[in-house]
Design a protein around this ligand. Sequence first.
Ligand code: 5GP
Length: 202
Amino acid sequence: MKRGRLLVISGPSGVGKTTAVTGVRKANPEMYFSVSATTRAMRPTDEEGVTYRFKTREEFLKLVDEGYFYEHAEYSGNLYGTPKTPVEEHLAAGEDVILDIEVQGGLQVKAQTPEAILIFLVAPSWGELERRLRSRGDTSEEDIQKRLKQARWEYTQAEQYDYIVVSEAPPECVVERINTILSAEGYRTRRNMNLLNLEESL
Ligand code: 5GP
């Protein structure tokens, strides 16, 4: 059986990553979305076990020691990690897996699984990213500057990603771009070696 494809979506805060990931999942309902563990505080929109599995720092670090995570990283003072076993099981069962993770985690995935498909979302321009962050209205100037600094660093790392996708309205357009990448990845030679078997293909 063909292994599933491992898709990593990263991008700075405010770029529209959550909307893009939600759209990709809707367009590919058979895809497995990996629910991360985190030490960050729950937000009103969060649901335990659906958006994240919420852990204390102590619990999280114990899981790190036990080798529970496929990748993990600290972001904005909180720990985030992808549980290893479900990702491996779904890939082995031939199902595609999508990870919504930040850049340090994305690069850990690439180091362990070179065939993973890493997509970095960017805003149409730097000014537009800043405008999007400000338009949320619920973020202090200090926080905006912090996120912009973080985004600047993320942009410097993004050249190690496989694809850069511009996140512009409407969201369907971003989803379509990501689906185009997924389709092309499906035609990779290494994924279709069975078709080169002279005895079986003709
Ligand atoms: P938020 O706290 O806003 O939900 O997420 C903050 C950042 O952490 C986002 O960039 C998100 O993609 C990233 N993130 C979520 N889960 C994981 C994870 O399991 N591992 C890593 N490395 N980053 C994650």
